[in-house]
Structure formats: C-alpha cells, structure tokens
Design a protein around this ligand. Structure first.
Ligand code: ATR
Length: 285
C-alpha cells in the first residue's frame, strides 16, 4: 500500500456518498492512481484519526457533515476563504499536517457558471441558515448580488448568521425573516434567485418543500436546490410550474469535488473530464 495515493471522505454518516464515484472517475481519466475511501468517524476519534492519517502518509481528505467546523481544530493551516466561511471540507497534506480549504463555495460558483445562472446585481433568497447557507452567502457576496434575504425556520439562527457574515464580509444588504413573518411583503417587490439550503424535500420525504406558500414561487426566476436526491425536488417543481428555471445540487456536488481534486493533484480537471463525471453520476443517483 502506498498511502501517498490515498484519499478519503471523513464524516458521519458517509455510506451514501457519491464522492468515491466522482474521484475514481477523475483519477482513472488522468491515470493518477488515487484510491478514495469512506471513513465514518465518531466525534471523539476525529483528532486522532487526522493525526494518524498524516503519520501514515495519507494525501488528503474531504470532510462532510457534521465535521466541517470541528476538523479545523486538528489542522495546521486554514485557507483565508475557508476561514471566512467558517467551514473546511478539503484537507491537503502539507509539511507537519493538513491545510484546510473550502471547495463548496468555489464549487457552487462554477456550477452557477455551468448552469448559466448570473447572480451579479440580482436579488437572492437563501432558505436555511446552516453550513451550506454560509457557502452560498460567500458566493453571493463575492458575486456582487444586490441584496440577500435569509428565510429560516428559526429566525434567531438566521439573525446570528446575518450578524456574523455582515461583520466578516463587511456587507450590509442582508434581511432576515422567520417562517412566521410576513416575508411576502418583501418578496413581491422584486424578482429573485432562490437557494434552497435545507434538507427538506430530500429522499424519502419528497412530498415536502420548506416553503409551502405557492405565491412565493411566482417571484422566483431561478430556484437552486442543494438536494440531488430526488433529482427534481418539490421546491424545484414549484419554481418550474411558476415559470422559473430550477436546478438540483448535483453540479454543485461535482464541482466542489473537482476543486478538491485539483488541490490534491495540483493539476486542472478539464471541462471534458468534468462532463464525463456529470454523465457517470447521472446514471448513479
Ligand atoms: P447544513 O450544514 O447541511 O446546512 P444544518 O446546519 O443542520 O445543515 O442546517 C440545516 C438547515 O435546514 C437549517 O437552516 C434548518 O433550520 P433551523 O435553523 O430552523 O433548524 C433547516 N431545516 C432542517 N429541517 C427543517 C425542517 N423540517 N423545516 C424547515 N427547516 C429545516
């Protein structure tokens, strides 16, 4: 076994992850020889796992729920953008340990480009205020959106996120609503790009959408769902029925993986190889 070719995903749970298919497809295309495994780790073992993996010579990792923040304690360096977002999903072997990056945000930016969704000067609604919402906020603020509404079940959590992000990015155009608030008063004044960043609507609970008010969808030009199972969520259906364009989270997943891969391999992943990954995954969801 030559550990310098070993990569993996750290999380809990990890068994349904698509990352091994994505990374083995890219590795095969380039003959890089990487071996990508899943590691389901208990919280108490996370620090030891990272240390022992480094001692063994392992090249790098992806990190997923629930450790994107916890893992920051066990690495030797953190990229500036990941620090700002407050979450690390990629570990790259450097001298003395691992350096943490966030490929979710640049992955989303590339997915938006691929899907021809222009966010500059647009108004954005982010449904949800968890980890994914943070990466979406980073992309929206860096992408020059006009204004952002965060709509979340628990308003307090969204307000805390707004405070943190406004400070961190020196950005002053975020409004927050809870589900009980009259958010439609604001929504009906504009056209919006909506990012659905909750787990509501994911298989097997496919008959749900976080926003039940059908009027909401009339004002959505684009609906971007982070969910990719099912490939079309109820949220996406409602956006389409109201005349908007809707996308699932598959391309975001693929592009974040591509960016992680580029960190490890130190070479670009071509559009042609990325398209191959997209077609392989389409047959494997
Ligand atoms: P992630 O890191 O994947 O974003 P998370 O941090 O657990 O996951 O965030 C999940 C988001 O989905 C939160 O905004 C959560 O709302 P609360 O802040 O009110 O908990 C939202 N969410 C989860 N289940 C939900 C449900 N059944 N209805 C509405 N929102 C839900």
């Amino acid at each position: 076994m030559n550990e310098e070719y070993f990569l993996g995903l750290i999380g809990n749970p990890v068994e349904h992850s698509k990352s091994p298919i994505i990374h083995s497809t890219i590795s095969n295309e380039y003959n890089d020889g990487y071996n990508y495994q899943l590691y389901c780790i208990e919280k108490d073992d996370l620090g030891n796992f990272v240390k022992e993996s480094f001692d063994l010579g392992m090249k790098g990792f992806n990190v997923t729920v629930p450790y994107k923040q916890d893992v920051m304690e066990y690495i030797v360096d953190i990229d500036e953008r990941a620090k700002k977002i407050g979450a690390v999903n990629t570990l790259v072997r450097v001298s003395g340990g691992y350096k943490g990056y966030n490929s979710d945000a640049p992955g989303l930016a590339r997915a938006l480009k691929y899907d021809v969704v222009e966010i500059k000067d647009k108004s954005v609604v982010i449904v949800g205020a968890g980890g994914v919402s943070r990466a979406v906020l980073d992309v929206c603020i860096n992408g020059g959106v006009k204004r952002i509404v965060i709509l979340n079940r628990s308003k307090d959590k969204a307000l805390a996120l707004k405070d943190e992000i406004s400070r961190e990015y020196e950005y002053d155009h975020i409004e927050v609503y809870g589900y009980e608030d009259d958010y439609m008063k604001t929504i009906e004044t504009d056209k919006w790009i909506a990012f659905q960043c909750t787990s509501v609507g994911m298989f097997p609970k496919v008959v749900f959408s976080p926003i039940e008010n059908n009027d909401f969808y009339k004002y959505m030009e684009v609906g971007y769902d982070i969910i990719f199972n099912p490939l079309e969520t109820l949220f996406m259906k409602k956006v389409k029925e109201a005349g908007g364009r809707a996308f699932n989270g598959l391309n975001m997943l693929i592009f974040q993986a591509v960016i992680s891969y580029e960190h490890w391999s130190e070479h670009e992943v071509s559009d042609e190889v990325t398209k191959k990954v997209i077609s392989v995954l389409a047959d494997n969801v």
